[in-house]
Structures are given as C-alpha cells and as structure tokens.
Design a protein around this ligand. Structure first.
Ligand code: NAD
Length: 360
C-alpha cells in the first residue's frame, strides 16, 4: 500500500459519508491502507473516552487522517473534540473550498473561494470561566484592579487571545497557499476597530507579512462588511484569511453561496499532521437514513489525495463529482434529488473507474 491513512467515521451521518468517501477513494486505486479509529460518541461508548489516545497515536503514525463529523453536546461540560484534536496535533490552518458546482443552481455563478482560518487561538482556544465560579470571580476582581473594567457578577467569561506567532504562521500559510495554487489575492477579515489588541494584532501582523509576498495582491476588510459583500458579490474574492471564530462563520456563509454544507470540503493542516474533514457537522436530524450528501466528504478525500502527492487522482475524483452533479440524475434530497448517500457514492465511484479505464 502506498499510503496509510487513519479513518475516523465520527458521529451522526459521519459513518455514512465516511463509507461513501472510502468507496470512491478505493475505486481511485492509489493504494490506501485504512487504519480505522474512533472518536466522539462511538469512542465514548466503546472506549470510555471521546478522544482515545490510540486514535491520536494512529494519526501521529499515519500523519494523515480522513475524519467524519463529531457531535459536541452543548452545555454539558464536554469540550469540543474537534477543538481538542486541532490543538493536540497543532493543526493550525483550516482550509475550506467553496466553489460553484455544475448543475447546482445558486444565486451567484462562478464562485471560487478558499477560506484559510486560524485554528488554534481566538475565542476557540477554550479559556473560559463559568458564571459564578471562583475563577470568574477572581478574574472579575483582577480586571477591575487592572483597568477599572466592570464585568457583571452574573457573567460567564471567554477570552480571546491572538498572538503574533500564531498569526504569523497562518498569514504565511495563506500567502504560500495562494502562490502554490495560482491564486491572485488574499483578503484579511477582522474587526480591528473594536478589538484593537487581538484583531488589531492579527491585522498588523498580516500587513507586515504581506510585504514579503509582492506577487500576491492583498486587502483588508472589516468582517461585517466582508459578510455583506460576500452575500452580494462573492466573485470579488479569492482567498479569505480569517481568525478562528470569523473563519468558522464565514465558511458556513460560503457553503450557503454554493449550494449548502453537503458540498464543502476542508482540511486542518499543521507542520506535521493533516486531518481532512467536511465543513458540515454530524447532522443528527438526518442521521442513519441515507439522506446525507457525501460530496463534501468525498471532496475532502480529494484534498487529502492532493496532500499525499496524488494530484492527478485528486483531479479525477473532483471531475467525477462534477460529472455526477452535471448529469443531475443521482442526487441526495438536499440538492432536490431522491438518491441515497450510497447511490451517490456508487455513481461517483463508477465515474472514477470509467475515467481511469478510458484511453488517455
Ligand atoms: P450540521 O452541519 O450538522 O447541520 C446543519 C444542517 O445542515 C442540518 O439541517 C443538516 O441536516 C444539514 N446537513 C449537514 N450536513 C449535511 C449533508 N452532508 N447532507 C445533507 N444535509 C446536511 O450542523 P449542526 O446541526 O449545527 O451541528 C450538529 C453537530 O455537529 C453538533 O454537535 C456540532 O457540534 C457538530 N459539528 C461537528 C463538526 C465537525 O466534526 N467538524 C463541524 C460542525 C458541527
């Protein structure tokens, strides 16, 4: 086998879309040895741990993983496993691709966006204190003493650290990505006029670093203005570089621009490891019914193939997805069809096989 890949099916629709992606990537026949490991509810049930050490070990050993979505129970004290995974493996860059796909009717045509999101800092770093806890009380007193800041006694507190070193690496990653993928412009989103020392630092670091890339155009824009301009004219943009929280929200906005969450692939990349996963969540509302659109997971697999150096095969898989969407006969209900997750995967796998069998 040419490549060892950790496969994490995940929760909800995760196992369905993971099986679909595996079917297609096996049809592409680049020699992937799958090492299946669990995370999320299934891991909690079978191993008593939401993120077992053996899952992390498998990713460290393979260096690459393809992962389905994981459910994060809200307000139960569980930290997000996704956040823990990204921080534990230092997967500092999230890359998400939102492009108009053939046969998928949307308001705007010709959308082709790359979202590069900082993945380890900001409000998602997980520095939080519960309302009324001794830590929240101590922090309130400290803030009062330090700057006369009055935080209400019944407030929960989440901190937003953004560092020069954390920003520097994501800015350079975004510009290097732009160069390597023939992208012409990087747009930095922020709210530096309000959060001067966190977003302000993100912006000033990006401004300094951009000077090292004179061949890539860049611009900065406030995040609220960016949201409005994306909704009106998404084709004005190319690569979007964003701090963690804005990146999360704008990714879903961009998913909406090109036909929904079922179509947007993503990657979490660090210096040593990479975990590929769709932008969508575990969709408990449709889980186990064969209704999930597997295209986002299949396209995440294509991003993984490119990362593994299998560029021609990645292009074949992307072409096969486009071809099945263009024909429009086999689609899941989110795109107006009646096909199941497996039927869509089989159609894409057949297109891959047909392409590979065709005389070049
Ligand atoms: P979601 O993405 O799971 O679902 C939002 C809506 O989109 C739902 O109506 C769902 O049915 C639909 N949808 C999502 N993926 C689809 C697909 N492939 N095909 C067809 N329809 C699809 O978002 P949510 O409901 O906010 O989150 C559910 C759970 O997923 C939460 O526990 C959340 O924390 C988790 N989540 C995990 C990840 C991840 O593991 N990377 C990412 C986002 C959310």
């Amino acid at each position: 086998m040419a490549h060892k890949v950790t496969l994490i099916p995940g929760d909800g629709i995760g196992p369905e879309v993971a099986a679909a992606a595996r079917l297609v990537l096996d049809a592409a026949d680049v020699g992937i040895e799958w090492i299946e490991r669990s995370a999320g509810s299934s891991a909690l049930e079978s191993r008593g741990d939401l993120l077992p050490e053996e899952t992390l070990d498998a990713i460290r050993s393979c260096r690459v993983a393809l992962k389905g979505p994981i459910t994060t129970p809200v307000g139960t004290g569980f930290r997000s496993i996704n956040v823990a995974l990204r921080q534990g493996l230092d997967l500092f860059a999230a890359v998400r691709l939102a492009r108009s796909l053939p046969g998928v009717a949307t308001r705007h045509e010709g959308v082709d966006l790359v979202i590069v999101r900082e993945n380890t800092e900001d409000l998602y770093q997980g520095i939080e204190y519960e309302r009324g806890s001794p830590e929240a009380e101590a922090l309130r007193e400290k803030l009062e003493a330090l700057g006369g800041f009055e935080v209400r006694a019944d407030a929960g507190i989440t901190l937003k650290p953004i560092s020069v070193s954390g920003t520097d690496r994501i800015v350079r990653f975004a510009f290097e990505y732009a160069r390597a993928n023939h992208r012409h412009k990087v747009t930095v989103g922020h709210k530096a006029n309000v959060m001067r020392y966190s977003d302000g630092l993100f912006l000033s670091t990006a401004t300094e670093d951009a000077a090292h890339y004179p061949d890539v155009e860049w611009e900065e824009i406030q995040i609220d203005h960016l949201s409005s301009r994306l909704a009106r004219r998404p084709t004005d943009f190319d690569v979007l570089l964003l701090p963690n929280l804005y990146g999360d929200i704008i990714s879903d906005l961009c998913a909406g621009l090109v036909g929904g969450l079922g179509l947007i692939p993503g990657a979490n990349i660090g210096w040593e490891y990479a975990v590929f996963e769709p932008v969508h969540g575990s969709a408990p509302d449709i889980a186990g019914q064969g209704l999930a659109n597997p295209m986002a997971m299949i396209l995440s697999g294509a991003m993984m193939l490119r990362h593994l150096g299998e560029r021609p095969t990645a292009e074949t898989v992307e072409w096969a997805v486009d071809e099945v969407l263009r024909r429009g006969e086999v689609r899941t209900p989110d795109l107006g069809g009646s096909a199941s997750t497996t039927e869509v995967a089989e159609a894409v796998a057949m297109a891959v096989t047909a392409w590979e069998a065709s005389p070049s």
